[in-house]
Design a protein around this ligand. Structure first.
Ligand code: ADP
Length: 387
């Protein structure tokens, strides 16, 4: 069976009419980013942010129209929305409107707008990225447990959920509801377990089928730094979205990072991702504080037997080979999973457990590294690199 082509996809979409305008979705410029790979088709419908839910039937109609084509194996259509300049809370008129065709987030124009660290997070001494080469390796779980471990050591800690697409920190910290406004344009961070937290998950309904375009992601991220009353913090942990693509690279560059931690599982495939993660931060001159191996080994809850599920120790070897520090290992353990997924991090609920101990040790190491990196002079300035 011949694979479907982009032209065929566009021809099929041309027959789909937007009931609001009576025009074809293609003619009215709603369709963007059509990708066709081996019969798998993806594209976006650009809609006004206020119309997200209302446009869901149209998104479905587009998907169905393409699914009918011969040679199509899968179709993913997403609604994308741009927020007006500055969102509701700021209004600084940074030049984005509802229109289409803006430049890339990391283009030359974006460079010129790169924020100054002190403007963004004036009271924050150090900012540490928690990153991973791919999803599902336990990055957010690690971020939450490290944050709680830091809070337990009387470190003033915040956790910024930079995962605009799939924010999981609110659930893991058992936080819900909406942050309060302080004054006209500042949000008070939510807080639990001694951690101040901000996430797009507090501002957008979880089931909103919206994907934000690159520049808007950066704007939301900037707002979560600038327009949030973080107060005085020793450490702000940033849970980055998984992966090492353009979006992550731009974030690594825009957030005034003191250093980065890469979380990995021991599988070889993930280890390749470690290398990519390290390269990404090196590209933007952010120091790598080290690598954490998560789901490193398995201790049988029934008999206490320790089993190496994957090639245990791979992250340590990779770290050594790449000249970065190995920060520690966390086992694969059902308790870590259930506590994390139910918003009761193991460091808080089972502080006596060996796992809590492992997180505390890694956290202590990170605090040392962050203090050494910022020295007595406060936080290092962000390094802006032209690409
Ligand atoms: P990521 O942020 O990398 O996508 P998550 O932190 O969301 O990953 O973790 C993915 C899943 O794996 C979650 O259900 C989480 O509870 C579970 N998990 C994370 N770390 C561990 C671990 N060490 N042992 C068992 N389950 C874990």
């Amino acid at each position: 069976m011949a694979s479907v082509t982009k032209d065929q996809v566009l021809a099929a979409l041309a027959d789909v009419l937007d009931p609001d305008s009576g025009q074809s979705v293609v003619a009215s410029g709603l369709i963007s980013g059509v990708v066709v790979r081996d019969g798998n088709v993806g594209f976006a419908l650009e809609v006004d942010p206020d119309q997200g839910a209302a446009k869901e039937p149209l998104r479905k109609a587009c998907e169905t129209a393409v699914e009918r084509l011969s040679g199509v194996l899968s179709v993913t259509a997403v609604l994308t929305a741009e927020r007006p300049a500055g969102g509701q809370a700021q209004g600084q008129g940074r030049g984005h409107s509802h229109g289409h065709g803006h430049g890339h987030a990391h283009g030359g124009q974006a460079q010129a707008r790169a924020p100054q660290a002190d403007q963004l997070l004036p009271g924050v001494k150090s900012v540490i990225a928690i990153a991973s080469g791919k999803g599902g390796v336990g990055k957010s779980t690690t971020a939450v447990n490290l944050a709680t471990a830091m809070a337990a050591q009387n470190v003033r800690v915040g956790l910024l959920d930079c995962d605009i697409y799939g924010p999981s920190i609110p659930r893991m910290l058992n936080l819900s509801g909406q942050p309060e406004m302080v004054g006209e344009r500042t949000l008070r961070p939510m807080a639990n377990y001694g951690i101040k937290c901000m996430s797009i998950g507090f501002l957008v309904a979880e089931d909103t089928a919206m994907i934000w375009r690159g520049p808007m992601v950066m704007q939301a991220l900037e707002q979560m730094m600038r327009d949030v009353d973080w107060g005085e913090l020793d450490v702000l942990l940033c849970d980055l979205p998984p992966g090492t693509g353009d979006a992550q690279l731009t974030m690594a560059q825009r957030v005034p990072l003191t250093g980065a931690v890469i979380v990995s599982t021991p599988q070889d495939i993930a280890l390749l991702d470690v290398t990519r993660g390290i390269n990404m931060f090196q590209q933007v001159n952010v120091p790598i504080f080290g690598v954490v191996e998560n789901m490193s080994y398995y201790i049988c809850p029934a008999c206490g037997h320790r089993a190496e599920v994957f090639h245990h120790g791979g992250a340590r070897e990779t770290a050594q080979r790449l000249g970065v520090d190995f920060l520690g290992e966390i086992p694969l353990d059902l308790e870590i999973r259930t506590t994390s997924d139910s918003g009761r991090p193991i460091v808080v609920t089972q502080p006596e457990s060996p796992h809590a101990d492992s997180y505390r040790r890694i956290a202590a190491g990170l605090i040392d590294k962050a203090s050494a990196a910022v020295g007595g002079a406060g936080r290092a300035q962000p390094r802006i690199v032209m690409m």
